[in-house]
Design a protein around this ligand. Structure first.
Ligand code: CUK
Length: 664
């Protein structure tokens, strides 16, 4: 919870937090009953029942775990480079990390969202947001690879993102911080904040068949901070709900000044209405700059395009588009029940959890039961929209998900617990501790129309005492609870990669049978592909030399390259010829800073390795490593050297042009 309001929570409750964090219950181990081990045991060779997609926070990656075992299956590079997969190192993948600011190979991958059809996961894609340089990524679940990244203009701190409508019509992304527009009018002094800073909500359309994203439109809203959001579903399909804070529009000392008011808001947006306005030509074209990056599965190459225009709808002018629902103190989570009828606001500093009724909201709008108007947006009467309040739920409510029996589960940051309550009568039914300071939680299918409800995972901010120490920084933490009975039961701790913010859990059956096993060689449309060893060659174009190369276990072709001269740029285009599941190959060049970039551990990708111009062209020493050993960097290196000795010897050393010979 590394945002400003949590600093404030910590300011106010610092003693309490410390006491919570340091008072590990003496009987913590005893609270896990004997059957826990059996519940999480997945026998060797057996598959897990669920995939758990977990955000990597500041690692910029996403990871896939199996549940209930907690086994790490794969780290999926998204917003950061990853030598294990060559992502961001190979020339083919570098464009994925391009932005309007240039190459940005890092971000905070904050929330994940699985694609939906009719309000349930469909297993096609998983989306992730970049918090820092606002971007949204789509990962293809056939390949577990990042297929597309779109940057968002007019945004800063892309936090209420990426949340999806019930048929993945849109990926929606609200800006956490209001900013001046990205166009020529954007250079304004901070004391004009209230006038010039705006909160922009982005609606990215997603094509049904191939998932292709487009920035369809944006809605310009008052200069508040949009923290989190959820789409309506079922009865509330067509609406979107955003929690907002800093409605004071403070621009100094946000820790204190942004939480003065007794109530902030949940913004209800009628996106079907937005579509009507768009059709009627009510949008205004604005000049912006944003990158749109796409990975092509046929050419195995990414392209990055800079786009310069976006259509913006103005919430001030367009009636019936937006409404404010008052919500106690700095609402954070904003979650919608499986039927779509109940909207749960979690004020981080509030003593109750307000639950709003969607139909009550519609009636309030119809009756024009408003208590005011903020920059053209009607403010509804709290009592009229409120279904009820969960009383004394805990301290610091954050996020809520749902099971299949009419219950809700809310995470509490300050009191470090998960609280189960009934949606209908709002009674608290059960509470279990987390260790410690839980942020998000996820229930299997917990944001869908038909939750599975078997497991809940809590993602913690603090891990004191849970794992073997690892120096000043401890492992990140997830905790798995069995929620199938009346009482929640902690059954497993497992560490995660990076800081886990949000995660989702999908049945394995939805995804596993669609996994791509390998790329068919005759479908490879890469410009420099060599389809078969017979097609390999070395082609000189002035000072550029293109080596068309193939890799098959355990052999490179050609295995001698002669005639390279000092000052040449040599491009190695390596095609993996394997046509079987899981036979990737690596490729490296000794001494080149991009040697790692050439460790492209890919199926049938072609790696184009461009030598850095500032490097002296001394020698090449290439080696292939067998893949049935699995990979880590050290081992790859080791095998590479061994193979160089065993198979390749001097074969790949460049012998001509006054170049030093490498005796490998
Ligand atoms: S969150 Cu982003 S800092 Cu509750 Cu999704 Cu914690």
């Amino acid at each position: 919870m590394k945002n400003l309001n949590f600093k404030q929570v910590l300011l106010f409750l610092v003693t309490l937090v410390f006491s919570m964090a340091s008072c590990k219950p003496k009987n913590a181990n005893n609270t896990i009953s004997a059957d826990a081990a059996a519940k999480v045991y997945v026998a060797p060779g057996k598959y897990d029942e669920f995939y758990n997609f977990v955000s990597g926070g500041f690692s910029g990656q996403m990871s896939a775990y199996g549940l209930p075992s907690g086994r790490l299956l794969r780290v999926i590079p998204v917003f950061s480079v990853d030598p294990e997969k060559g992502y961001g190192f190979s020339e083919e993948t570098k464009p994925m990390l391009n932005t309007s600011h240039g190459f940005v190979p890092w971000d905070d991958l904050h929330h994940v969202q699985l694609s939906k059809t009719n309000g349930d996961y469909d297993g096609k894609w998983v989306f992730g947001n970049a918090n820092n340089t606002p971007r949204v990524a789509r990962i293809d679940l056939k390949t577990f690879r990042t297929a597309e990244i779109i940057e968002l203009p007019n945004s800063a701190g892309n936090h209420s993102s990426p949340f999806l409508t019930e048929n993945t019509e849109y990926v929606v992304a609200g800006t956490r911080f209001s900013v001046p527009p990205d166009d020529v009018n954007g250079d304004v002094p901070i004391n004009t904040y209230k006038k010039n800073f705006k909160g922009t909500l982005s609606f990215i359309s997603v094509k049904k068949d191939d998932g292709k994203m487009e920035l369809a439109f944006q809605i310009e809203c008052p200069g508040f901070n949009f923290d989190l959001s959820r789409a309506g579903k079922g009865v509330s399909h067509g609406w979107f709900f955003f929690s907002c804070y800093n409605t004071e529009q403070a621009n100094t000392l946000l820790e204190v000044n942004a939480s003065q008011k007794d109530k902030d808001f949940i913004l209800a947006v009628n996106w079907k209405k937005a579509e009507e306005y768009l059709k009627a030509g009510k949008g205004k074209k604005k000049t912006v700059r944003y990158a749109h990056n796409t990975y092509n599965e046929k050419t195995h190459t990414a392209t990055s395009e800079i786009k310069t225009e976006v259509i913006v709808l103005d919430s001030k002018e367009l009636k019936d588009l937006c409404y404010f629902i008052p919500c106690p103190k700095s609402p954070h989570g904003c979650d919608v029940s499986p039927t779509g009828e109940y909207i749960v606001g979690s004020g981080k500093l509030a003593a109750v959890i307000p639950v709003f009724g969607f139909n009550k909201m519609l009636k309030t709008i119809q009756a024009k039961d408003f208590i005011g108007n903020l920059e053209g947006i009607p403010v509804l009467k709290y009592e009229s929209v409120l279904y009820g309040e969960v009383k004394k739920p805990g301290l610091g409510p954050l996020h809520t998900e749902f099971d299949n029996k009419g219950n809700a589960y809310t995470s509490f940051f300050v009191s470090s617990e998960v609280v189960k309550w009934n949606i209908k009568d709002l009674k608290v039914l059960d509470r279990v501790p987390t260790y410690y300071s839980v942020g998000h939680l996820t229930v299997a299918g917990g944001d869908t129309k038909t939750p599975n409800g078997k497991y809940l995972v809590a993602y913690n901010k603090i891990t004191k005492d849970r794992y073997l120490p690892t120096g000043p920084e401890l492992s990140q933490s997830a905790q798995l609870y069995d929620i199938s009975g009346d009482k929640m039961q902690l059954i497993l701790d497992f560490p995660t990669i990076g800081e886990p913010h949000y995660a989702q859990i999908a049945p394995a059956d939805l995804i596993k049978n669609n996994s791509t096993k390998f790329y068919k060689l005759d479908e490879n449309k890469h410009k420099y592909a060599s389809i078969g060893e017979g097609a390999t060659k070395v082609v000189r174009e002035g000072k550029n030399v293109h080596v068309y190369m193939t890799a098959i276990r355990s052999h490179f072709s050609p295995d001698n390259i002669e005639g390279i001269r000092l000052g040449d740029d040599v491009y190695f285009h390596v095609t993996n010829l394997e046509q079987d599941w899981d036979v990737p190959h690596g490729f490296g060049i000794k001494g080149a800073s991009n040697a790692l970039r050439c460790v492209v551990i890919d199926r049938n990708d072609v790696a184009r390795c461009v030598r850095e111009p500032f490097l002296r062209f001394n020698s090449f020493n290439m080696a292939q490593h067998a893949t049935d050993f699995g990979f880590n960097n050290e081992r790859s290196l080791h095998i590479a050297q061994n193979l160089a000795h065993a198979n390749l010897c001097n074969a790949m050393t460049i012998l001509r042009g006054g170049i030093e010979i490498v005796n490998s």
